[in-house]
Design a protein around this ligand. Structure first.
Ligand code: G16
Length: 542
């Protein structure tokens, strides 16, 4: 039986950088989830009788929302829901299933790297037919609908057993519970030379992969240990837990410090990596060296040809604006296009669909390729392993040779988390107002060449995205970028991206924070960070 339930709108269902992310208790309010899901169905073009992909990163409240989405899909005329066993799908695996099974789209339940649990974060994201996060025109329409919604439809059904693969009928709809790992692992096997990778491990290569008790555990076990023969125990924390063991499933140097410490230790394995809550981010650490995501993107692009999927070369490279220009130098050398987009994977979708780029990446620990329309943590790890297998050198040697050839982009991001929204807004508005007068002035001995607020003109559909980050470019090629995060769930997070290019190999061995000290001080002089926020140091440095 289908019920039509009267409801009233919530005013806060505006998707951010990557879907709607809020604290669990917000999602637990009566009708909150239902309103948002109905708003998605209400704005989509014809999907009746077609397939929807459904899954999440297994965090607290995942199963309950999976149940609601199935019941609402049945009531709204979806033909089939394909859901990962246990309600689990990594974000890149969901993207792959949408494409492989020609679904009309997917609903992914995740708050990515944010912590989980009853008081933690939850999120709902809609991915479109190309497998990628819905573009702004769809998310804007969902938000507009959520402001007006007056009713939603839900079917009264018996709960589907999510723990048994197979097909069941739910009214006129079919629900297929699928193994979440198999299709994805097969896709990886089609992109990379698994025989060469098996040989690498046979020779005694040691890796440590930390799944951070998040979604990639079962995927990593299957791919690294079962299919590639990495020693048992190479994968750590591989049981997905609803609260990620009480930690932040954020693969950075703060939340994966244990991995960093191990990789800097005397008995470090050859290669260390981690992924986040929903499996789209990656952290890469070699023996004695952390690879910044920006450098990793440049290195992956420069060496991609070692993998069968990229043997014939890249169509182009895309990076988000705050990501360092290291990839630009690689694109230049390869003679391919370099595209600079706003923060948010959704902006890469058009470029990938149009065949303009093959590899994309972001400073926020994301890299991916045209194989799916999401960033893909395990893909990045497998491409790194392929490079290590082909070159037979250490991560450190490969990175240092890359810097010697292209120069080094010293790079760091300073985050000021959970500051008051009014303070953050005042800081950004103050600096934005001063941008037109900054060119030609000096700060800390650095001459400002230009300053602007980044606007993106999508070269494929002509759409315009404004106010995507304040940029201050210096005459020596250094750069500061300031923007507010679109993924936080309490207060505001100010991100400051700091970059300095150093061509001279004799000066490539500096500590990153030392190399950037003047720029860090300049950022405070320009934006009044301490004055506005009352903070003297960032909460996270990556
Ligand atoms: C999401 C987006 C990324 C973005 C990141 C950080 O990643 O998909 O494109 O770079 O958020 O965004 P912000 O700086 O606005 O917080 P994820 O891994 O959280 O889904």
């Amino acid at each position: 039986m289908i019920r039509t339930v009267a409801t009233t709108p919530f005013t806060d269902q505006k998707p951010g950088t990557s879907g709607l992310r809020k604290k669990v208790p917000v999602f637990q309010q009566p009708h909150y989830v239902e309103n948002f899901i109905q708003s998605i169905f209400d704005v989509l073009p014809a999907f009746k009788g077609r397939t929807l992909i459904l899954g999440g990163d297994g965090r607290y409240y995942n199963r309950e929302v999976i149940g609601k989405v199935i019941a609402m899909a049945a009531a709204n005329g979806v033909g089939k829901v394909m859901v990962g066993k246990g309600g689990i799908l990594s974000t890149p695996a969901a993207s792959h299933l949408i494409r492989k099974y020609k679904a009309f789209g997917g609903i992914i339940l995740s708050a990515s790297h944010n912590p989980g649990g009853p008081k933690g974060d939850f999120g709902i994201k809609y991915n479109a037919e190309n497998g990628g996060p819905a573009p702004e025109k769809i998310t804007d329409a969902i938000y507009a609908r959520s402001r007006k919604i007056g009713e939603y439809k839900i079917a009264e059904i018996a709960p589907v057993d999510l723990d048994r693969t197979g097909t069941v009928e739910v009214g006129a709809m079919v629900v297929e519970v699928v193994d979440p790992v198999c299709d994805y692992a097969d896709l990886m096997e089609s992109l990379f030379d698994f025989t060469a990778l098996r040989r690498l491990f046979e020779k005694g290569f040691r890796m440590r992969f930390d799944a951070m008790h998040a979604v990639t555990g079962p995927y990593a076990k299957e791919i690294f240990e079962n299919r590639l023969g990495a020693a048992e125990g190479s994968c750590r924390n591989f049981h997905p837990l609803p609260d990620f063991g009480g930690h932040h499933p954020d693969p950075n140097l703060v939340h994966a410090k244990h991995l960093y410490d191990e990789m800097m230790g005397p008995d470090a394995p050859d290669f260390g990596a981690a992924s986040d809550g929903d499996g789209d981010r990656n952290l890469i650490i070699g023996k004695g060296i952390f690879v910044t995501p920006s450098d990793s993107l440049a290195l992956l692009a420069a060496n991609a040809r070692v993998a069968p999927a990229y043997m014939t070369g890249l169509a182009g490279i895309a990076r988000s604006m705050p990501t360092s220009a290291a990839a630009d130098r690689v694109a230049h050398k390869l003679g391919v296009g370099l595209y600079e987009t706003p923060t948010g994977w959704k902006f890469f979708g058009n470029l990938l669909d149009a065949g303009l780029v093959t590899i994309c990446g972001e400073e926020s620990a994301g890299a991916g390729s045209s194989h799916v329309r999401e960033k893909d943590g395990l893909w990045a790890v497998l491409l790194w392993l392929s490079i290590l297998a082909a070159r037979g050198e250490s991560v450190k040697d490969i990175v240092e040779k890359h810097w010697a050839e292209f120069g080094r982009n010293y790079y760091s991001r300073h985050d000021y988390e959970e500051i008051k929204t009014e303070q953050a807004t005042r800081l950004m508005e103050g600096l934005r107002a001063r941008l037109p007068s900054l060119a030609g002035t000096q700060v800390r001995g650095l001459i400002i060449q230009s300053a602007d607020d980044f606007t993106y003109h999508d070269p494929v559909d002509g759409s315009l995205s404004e106010q995507q980050g304040l940029r201050i470019l210096f005459q020596d090629g250094s750069r500061l970028v300031l923007r507010l995060s679109g993924t936080g769930t309490s207060g505001a997070t100010l991100r400051i991206y700091i970059e300095r290019y150093e061509p001279d190999p004799a000066r490539h061995g500096l500590e990153t924070q030392d190399a950037l000290a003047e720029l860090i001080a300049a950022a405070d002089d320009l934006a009044g960070i301490a004055r506005h926020t009352g903070r003297n140091q960032p909460s996270v440095i990556t």
